[in-house]
Design a protein around this ligand. Sequence first.
Ligand SMILES: [Ca+2]
Length: 89
Amino acid sequence: MAIKPWEFVADMNSDGVFTMSDIVEILIQLFFLPGDSLLFLILNYLPKVTESLEFSYDDYHGMFAGIVSFIVWVFLIPIIVKVIKLFKP
Ligand SMILES: [Ca+2]
């Protein structure tokens, strides 16, 4: 069974209440979303790559996902800012 790296709910730490900790958890999930998504695809569809790079489900939120996410956000944030500026009056 494929384990998904992402789960977005209001009560992220499952303690029964929505607090600042949940917001921090949501931001961490958002940061790692690009890298974890790529890792998810590799783990589920590229078994030879998974084997040769020794990836496992424990690598979600890890070094690989962090580097990929950082690179994606570095390129994506300026694009998002430009799109937002297009809609400003
Ligand atoms: Ca909570």
